[in-house]
Design a protein. Structure first.
Length: 568
């Protein structure tokens, strides 16, 4: 996401620490029909759950996140209210959303299931018999979703523009720390099991859809290609056309993803391109789907998708999927939002801002989509690492600077720096750090104030990684990122896993990064104290190692820069 306590339910008392790494597999089959008059989804789902742990499971915890929009006091509604947004609290019945008509069965035999005592957007399903290690079970259910108004959060509709995200019954993650069932929140949303998706979407045939996965219908692929060649989109109206009486059934499949989102609009202008990946040369098809009112702003958007896919592939590792799409959507929460292979972008002011947010959201395919870390517990691994690579992207594509923060007076600062993109993060970090209102990055998403979620999780992490890169050098930093990606792609890395890779590849002890800078709010200050007889003495508030650069000049001539580890 781009801005605008963990609740872990252990279903068994025995600790799971000490288990070797494992991850569960969840394969989904969903058939869904859109009712664009009443704004409902009518659906049926079967998920096949494979237990790769060494623990027999008698219960599966399941997210029913459309229920986050159901009542005045859901966890989402309460968090929004705490941040001063009372729209959901005071929403009308017509604006609210929910999920119902559930009937979980295995082999057509009804299963006992229920709703969590405190969170109506979390359910539990009791299995007929404990699912043994290595065992697989299939659970089916019909479900109906009332699509909420799009103004509250991510799942929603604005008239007949549909943002269908976080919408289906979805098992929580079970890992070595137990179950991670969590209520839906706008920050730190994701921790999900990898698997396959096989989804059909039935809707009036004049809708254009962008979705996770590969479209299987030849005729619809031809329709999309024809739309992409329509070079006179300015004649299109922003009004919604009447829905066709005829429906179509779109079929998408995908493996190695942990979520499935789709966006449907009858007005979409379609642009198609492709980009070759740097390592293996494979071609990725790219799409931009946008509304007529944003036609001018979005005219180059598909090239931003291309550049983003290429840049992150270069820095982190090749994009593993066949397609990547950016969708124009007037979502309320933040400038943009990530889903596997597809991102939705809110209202942007200018092309640089659009390019920036597309890069950020496309970048989440790596830090969230492929490296499936626990964002609720360790948001910096997701938003922070992504913001770091985004910083590198902005430096490359907008080297002369440019500022996204529209605060008067800041423009002058931008002109005086050679690194406006970094300065933006520094100013964000200092806003609360200089008043000691900052918070350590080791906290869970829910523990951060709204301001600190942006200025610490995103900006401070980017600054820390930028400092680490300056110390290690670009080449070693890149090797660390590549190795981390290679070893943990399609898995659930924890902070210690990332640290182990970075320390091994860099051959450095990095406690000052992972314990010090990420784990505390301590401010490190280094000052030159004296220069006598060719010996530089410095003073540092760091308690241990803290590398910093020392640059020397002889008159106007630079003598170069060396790094001190900050130790005696
Ligand atoms: Zn983000």
């Amino acid at each position: 996401m781009r801005p605008g306590t963990l609740i872990a339910f252990l279903c068994s008392a025995n600790t799971l620490f000490g288990q070797a790494y494992f991850q569960q597999q969840v394969d989904h089959r969903i058939d869904v029909r859109l009712d664009d008059v009443g704004h409902f989804l009518h659906a049926h789902e079967t998920f096949t759950y494979t237990n790769n742990s060494t623990t027999a499971l008698d219960t599966i915890w399941i997210h029913l996140w459309p229920n986050a929009y159901r009542e005045k006091h859901t966890t989402l509604s309460d968090q929004l209210a705490t941040n001063g947004d009372l729209d959901l609290h005071f929403a009308t019945e017509q604006e609210r959303g929910w999920i119902d008509s559930l009937d979980f069965r295995t082999d057509d035999v009804p299963l006992s299931w229920g709703i969590h005592s405190q969170h109506i957007d979390i359910g539990w399903i009791k299995l007929r018999a404990p699912l043994a290690p290595g065992g697989t079970t299939s659970i089916s259910t019909p479900f109906r979703v009332k699509i909420p108004d799009g103004k509250f959060s991510r799942l929603g509709h604005t008239g007949q523009a549909y943002y269908i995200t976080q919408w289906y019954p979805k098992p929580a993650v079970f890992d070595a720390n137990g179950w991670h069932a969590m209520p839906y929140l706008g920050n730190g949303e994701f921790y999900s099991e990898f698997g396959t998706f096989d989804v059909t979407i039935t809707l009036p045939d004049n809708y254009t859809v962008g979705a996770t996965g590969n479209l299987q219908n030849v005729d619809e692929r031809e329709r999309m290609n024809r739309l992409a060649e329509d070079i006179a989109p300015s004649e299109k109206s922003n009004d919604f056309p009447i829905s066709s009486a005829k429906t179509k059934v779109l079929h998408y499949t995908q493996d190695r993803v942990h979520d499935f989102a789709w966006f449907a609009d009858k007005r979409f202008i379609v642009r198609k391109s492709e980009v070759a990946l740097p390592a293996d040369g494979k071609t990725v098809t790219t799409w931009a789907l946008y509304t007529p009112k944003n036609a001018e702003l979005w005219s180059d958007a598909v090239s931003y998708v291309n550049e983003s896919v290429k840049f992150y592939s270069q820095w982190v590792g090749d994009y593993p999927y066949d397609a990547c799409t950016a969708v124009d959507g007037t979502i309320s929460a933040g400038g943009g939002m990530e889903y596997p292979m597809i991102t939705v972008i809110g209202n942007m002011n200018d092309k640089m801002g659009l390019d920036n947010v597309i890069a950020h959201e496309v970048g989440h395919n790596w830090f969230y989509g492929i490296l499936g870390s626990n964002e609720r517990d360790h948001a910096w691994m997701d938003e922070g690492m992504n913001s770091f690579v985004e910083l590198l992207y902005m430096r490359k594509h907008f080297p002369s600077g440019g500022f996204n923060i529209g605060v008067p007076g800041l423009k002058k600062l931008t002109q005086r720096t050679t690194d406006a993109h970094r300065l933006q993060s520094e100013l964000g970090y200092r806003l609360n750090a200089r008043r000691n209102l900052d918070q350590p990055l080791s906290l869970t998403s829910r523990a951060f104030t709204e301001t600190n979620y942006g200025t610490m999780v995103y900006m401070k992490t980017a600054l820390i990684m930028d400092h680490l890169m300056a110390y290690l050098g670009e080449e070693i930093m890149d090797r660390c990122l590549q190795a981390y990606f290679e070893e943990w792609k399609f898995k659930h890395p924890q902070p210690e896993d990332m640290r182990a890779v970075f320390e091994r590849v860099s051959a450095k002890e990095l406690g000052w990064v992972f314990d010090g800078l990420l784990g505390t709010t301590r401010k490190v200050d280094v000052k030159a104290a004296s220069l006598k007889g060719g010996t530089l003495t410095f003073r540092s508030t760091a308690t241990g190692e803290f590398p910093f650069p020392i640059s020397a000049w002889n008159g106007p001539d630079s003598l170069g820069t060396i790094w001190s580890t900050g130790t005696k």
